[in-house]
Design a protein around this ligand. Sequence first.
Ligand code: GLA
Length: 494
Amino acid sequence: MKARCLATLLVTLMCSTIHAADLTGTWRIDLPRRGGVLLHTYFVLRQQGAEVDGKVVINEGGEIPLRRAHFEGEDFVFGTDWNTDYRLHPDGDRLEVTVTYVGHGSEKATAVRVPEAAAHPPAALPLPALEPVPPNGLALTPPMGWNSWNHFGDRVDDPIIRETADALVKSGLAAAGYVYVNIDDCWESGRDARGNIVTNTKFPDMKALADYVHQRGLKLGLYSSPGPRTCGGYEGSYGHEEQDAKTYAAWGIDYLKYDWCSAGRIYPESALQAAYQKMGRALAQCGRPIVYSLCEYGMGEVWKWGPQVGANLWRTTGDIQDNWKSMSEIGFNQGRLAPYAAPGHWNDPDMLEVGNGGMTIPEYRTHFSLWCLLAAPLLAGNDLRTMSAEMLEILGNREVIALDQDPLGKQGERLAQRDGIEIWTKPLRDGGRAVGVFNRNDAARTAPFTWKELGLAAPPKEVRDLWRHVDVTPAADGYSASIAAHDVLLLRVR
Ligand code: GLA
């Protein structure tokens, strides 16, 4: 009798807890962000008994499936592939939601039911027929400057941009070629009654900011998306491409990074080229020279059609992270794209992490050397206002920068690979070449190579070590040096 009572009690308890609320429906949470911006995330759920499936529409941009979904008492708990976990606690006709950004804290919000259509992306607008956009004549060498994303993320604001412009000048980096000061995501608010893009409160006056940057001999860059939302969930250029290009021109913008993001919810991958052409044409007709930077992580072999949409550079990979694994996996895999780099059109293996703290000095030296051999855009991504002397020495090494900025505009390639050592070369306009010998091992190695291996019939007349800043006397047959773990020997030979 006692056991039967207990069993009945358990079943009643389970029913009243697990099935207390039916989660089926579309729910929205509003998340306040810096700059007076409110972002929305939707939960589109379908519950059958104790089973719930569905998706999260994060910031109206990315749609992602629920992972490891389960009930913990009354709470419905799940994770995502985007390092964000959710706990939904039923409270009457609402849900109390805890959003956990794994390793970066959490926040609470209240979810309310909204009509199903609220979470749907807008219908696809027609895209133009493919027709090449004429080259804009910009970026004849890889663009150099700074971008806010890697260090500041959504904290970027007007004072940071002004102070960074000042730091570029004061540190000597501006004189070394770093001219673009690029605001990445999180500057946008929404649109005014006429559909004009409006900045959020972190950027009170974009035109005045551009003037400030221009007065220092520098240029200002911005960021947007062909979709309705940027990757951070802010306002994108969808359906406002020409209008936005005109606004950028009126503000005095010199560079646009255009990030696919939520466009992936609207267009199929086959529409990439037309969607990018739409903004390429709008920029070409806006009355101001604006460098056009595509960010779609290498989808659709962008290097094959980037020039046709008016692009000056295109990302070839997903996002870089400030660690050896991410940087080296990206950097050492770019060789196959060498044929697609040329003056005005560059492969972009993502922005620099030098000085952000996640790598050692030799690793940052390798990062910078490799990006210069790749003729990659050099967009510093650290806090230039507080940079150490060691990081300034890396970013400001003019002999290394000269390899990147060589007017021949050839991207370097891997010549040999053995025992964790990689030898890369880049042809230069003076007939010489850059040679990078990289030690990817976790311990020091002696790394000999021969001139013959470099394709040289005779020993070179001049060999310069670009990190030690010394001329070295070449031996008759080749070169040998001990290279520390994750470090590089970078030579210019002629
Ligand atoms: C994407 C891009 C990054 C950065 C962020 C901003 O992840 O690849 O470089 O622009 O969006 O949200």
